[in-house]
Structure formats: C-alpha cells, structure tokens
Design a binder for this molecule. Structure first.
Ligand code: MEV
Length: 446
C-alpha cells in the first residue's frame, strides 16, 4: 500500500520543475498535499493579516516575504514526502530534488532518533562545596522530578513525557584550579511534540527556590540548552552502483570537511541549506537548531563536519548526526497559517518525524553540494539559476530578460564566471544598441 502511494507520488513529481505554477498546484492537490483552500490562500499571496503579526513580535510594521517551494522525489524510511522549503537562495530546492532522485535510483535514506530528552540548566555560579551540593541534589532528585511534573510539566506527563532526570555537572570557572568551579544542574525532559523551550524554562525557574533552600547555595540563572546531545537525530544514505572515481572524490571531500574547520563551516552551511528552509516553513526556531548544530559540531574541541561519507564494501554511505530539536505543536507552528499548511503538506505525525525529515534533507543537500563541487563545480548549477536574479537585479524588463539571460549564459560558459556588472553591461548595450563592450568591461565588479 505504502509502496503504491510512493509510486503515485513519484509519478506526479515527474517533470515538476518544468510545470507552470497552476500545474504544480494541480499535482500537489492530486497527491493530497494541498487542499483547494490552501491553493486559494497561496494564490492570494499568503499571510497578510498584520494583526496576527502583532501576536508574534513587538513593534510590528509588516511581513517580510520569503519564497516557498517544494522539494520533490524524497523517499525517507520508505515513505514519500512533499517537502516545503522557505528560502531566498537559488538552486537549493533544485539541488535537493535532483539529489533525492539520484539517491532513489541508487539506494535509500534511513533515519532514527538517538535519545528523546531536552536539557535545562540551572547555574550555581559559586558553589562552596561541590561534592556536598551534588550529593544533596541527587538525594532529592526524585522529589524534584515528581514536583516539577506535578506542578509545571503536567501537560507533558499527560502526553507521555515530562521531566525524567536530573544530573549535576562540575564546570571550571577558568583555566586554573584556583579559579574554582561552578555547579550546573541539568534537568532532562521529554517534551513530546513541542520544542519544549518554554516549558523547560518554567521547570528550571520553578526548581530554583527549592534548590536554594535545600542547599543554601545561590542560583544565578536558569535556561534551556540548545546543545541537546541527549536528543540527536541521525540520517543515513546508502548508495550502490556509483562510479568508483566519483565515490572516492566524495569520500575525499568528506575527509576535508572532517579535518579542516574552514571547510567544515562551509560544509555545514550546505547541510543547513537543507534544514533551515523546512524549519522556517514550519514555523520552527531555526536559530535554536543552528546554535545546537554548530555547538555539536565543535563538541570535541575542534569544529568538524556534522556529516560523514565513507565507502563500505562497494557502497557509498553518508551519515548525519546532530541535535535537530523542533516542534509540531506550540510556538508559531500552530498560529501561522503558512506553517500549519506546511505541516499538513508534510503530513508528519510527530516532532520526531519532522526532525528525521530535516536530518534526511540536510544530508541529501550535503551530498548534492559535494557531488557538484567534486565534478562540475558549484558555478554551473548555482550561477545558471542565479542568472535570473542578476537579470532582474540589473533592471531588465520582461521583454529584455530572455535576451539578457541568454547573453549571460553565453558569457558564463565562455568565462566560467559572472557578476551583476555583466548583466548591467549587457542590458546597457541592449538598450543603446552598442555591441562588444559587455564581454570586456566585466572587470569592474559590482
Ligand atoms: C552554498 O550555499 C553551499 C555550499 O557552499 C555548500 C558546500 O560547500 O558544501 C555549496
């Protein structure tokens, strides 16, 4: 049954990028990803209700519109998905869809969760006796857990989650032992389908007076941690039947990103090209995920890639492990009509499932980037699509655009580089009727 649904969706994705917007709507409706009302809403330009914006943030003046598209061809854990992505950068959605198709022809994408708990922190900046403090907290841990669940996290408990553990960490105050230590209590909770920031902050603040009273120590601050190494998401891509030389190049590129922080940063930016647009489309806090991913990437003292590609027998295997903590209830997810529509489009049943999809798309995006980088280079795919933006940026009219685009494409294939100044030059020549200048005056970079 699932297989025939997948086949139907893959058939409807065929030639998707070449369709008109209306045809795309029809296909998405046929897949069950969009309803007639969704299409009406999208066609009317989406959310415009500024009174709703007043409920999200302060000092509202309007909305900032970001384009939203759908990535196609994704089959994750044997399930086909329509993946909404809100992003301003050209070629991300095209690369994700193309790479997903390539993977489908040669292998699989599997995902899993490693742990469930989010973390809250309570800082005791100057603990007089760490060992006694730790002992006291651990002795009373069950009481603290039970009290937090009864008084604050009862909603989570009802949904099968809640506060599940309390630990104490000894953190140096500086580089020398003389500078002493602080004590940091870690509160761990299963936030179910919420991202959990609000509830965790409430739990920690609720525990503060009890901790102070029990230990005689002073709590300095309470807040959740975005380095959620207790709730990691893993995606694995396995592909066979690939050109061996290409596999070797991908493995070498991965080693580069593992070993060199300068490359790791760009590699991880490419991974987040796949993740952030889903977070944005579904109303999730992408800054929290960004912070967590980067902190996790540097957990061993050196910033490294969060993906790894290696050869296993003759197969190419790629893995991504990272904290991708998000929600499908609470926050903006249920208030912003585009976010609720995006969640419906994905048809996800839990925060865990959405997190697994993000991990899968991040890993696929990474493969797409390093495949391009180790073969044709990034310019071809990236800049060709960028030509449209340059043409618009230069101020070409609808009638002038196809001519400017064609000339820019010719310029790109000849010079392997292109910039806004080329588009401006070409447009000027087109308008003045002069010839020849555009190909040479591009040295003046805009
Ligand atoms: C550009 O947005 C992303 C890349 O730089 C990622 C990478 O280098 O892996 C292409």
């Amino acid at each position: 049954m699932a297989q025939s649904m997948n086949d139907k969706m893959m058939e409807l994705f065929r030639g998707f990028s070449k369709l008109t917007r209306d045809e795309r709507f029809t296909r998405l409706q046929q897949m069950g990803a969009l309803s007639g009302d969704d299409i009406k809403y999208l066609k009317s330009g989406g959310l415009k209700d500024v009174n709703l914006a007043e409920k999200f943030i302060e000092n509202v003046v309007g909305y900032f519109q970001v384009p939203m598209g759908v990535a196609t061809n994704f089959v994750i854990d044997n399930q086909a998905y329509v993946i909404p992505m809100a992003v301003e950068e050209t070629s991300i959605i095209a690369a994700a869809s193309k790479t997903a198709q390539w993977i489908r022809e040669h292998g699989t994408i599997r995902t899993e969760m490693l742990g469930r708990n989010i973390i809250g922190q309570i800082q005791i900046a100057r603990v007089s006796d760490f060992d006694s403090f730790e002992k006291l907290i651990l002795k009373n841990k069950d009481h603290f857990i039970e009290e937090s669940n009864r008084e604050v996290a009862f909603g989570l408990v009802r949904r099968g989650g809640g506060v599940v553990d309390i630990r104490v960490r000894k953190v140096p105050r500086g580089v020398t032992p003389e500078e002493g230590h602080m004590a940091v209590i870690h509160v761990e909770a299963d936030a179910c389908d919420a991202m959990g920031a609000n509830i965790m902050n409430q739990v920690c603040e609720y525990l503060k007076p009890g901790v102070e009273e029990l230990t005689g120590e002073k709590v300095n601050m309470c807040i959740l941690s975005n380095l959620v190494d207790t709730r990691l998401t893993k995606a694995t891509v396995t592909m066979t039947g690939l050109d061996e030389e290409l596999v070797d190049k991908i493995v070498e590129a991965s080693l580069f990103a593992q070993q060199d922080p300068y490359r790791a940063a760009t590699n991880n930016k490419g991974v987040l090209n796949g993740i952030d647009p889903i977070l944005l489309a579904t109303g999730n806090d992408w800054r929290a995920v960004e912070a967590g991913v980067h902190a996790y990437a540097a957990r061993a003292g050196q910033y490294r890639s969060i993906t790894r590609w290696y050869k296993k027998d003759k197969a190419l295997v790629g893995e991504l492990v990272a904290p991708i903590v998000l929600g499908v209830v609470g926050g903006v997810t249920k208030l912003h009509p585009t976010a609720t529509m995006a969640l419906r489009m994905l048809s996800v049943s839990s925060a865990e499932e959405l997190s697994r999809i993000c991990a899968a798309v991040g890993l696929v995006q990474n493969l797409g980037a390093i495949r391009a980088l180790t073969t044709v280079g990034i310019i071809e795919g990236h800049m060709k699509l960028h030509i449209k933006n340059l043409t618009m940026g230069a101020g070409a009219s609808e009638k002038e655009s196809p001519i400017v685009q064609k000339k820019l494409e010719e310029f790109l294939s000849l010079h392997k580089r292109i910039s806004l100044s080329n588009a401006i030059d070409i447009l000027r020549e087109l308008r003045t009727g002069s010839t020849g200048g555009a190909m040479t005056s591009q040295e003046t970079n805009v």
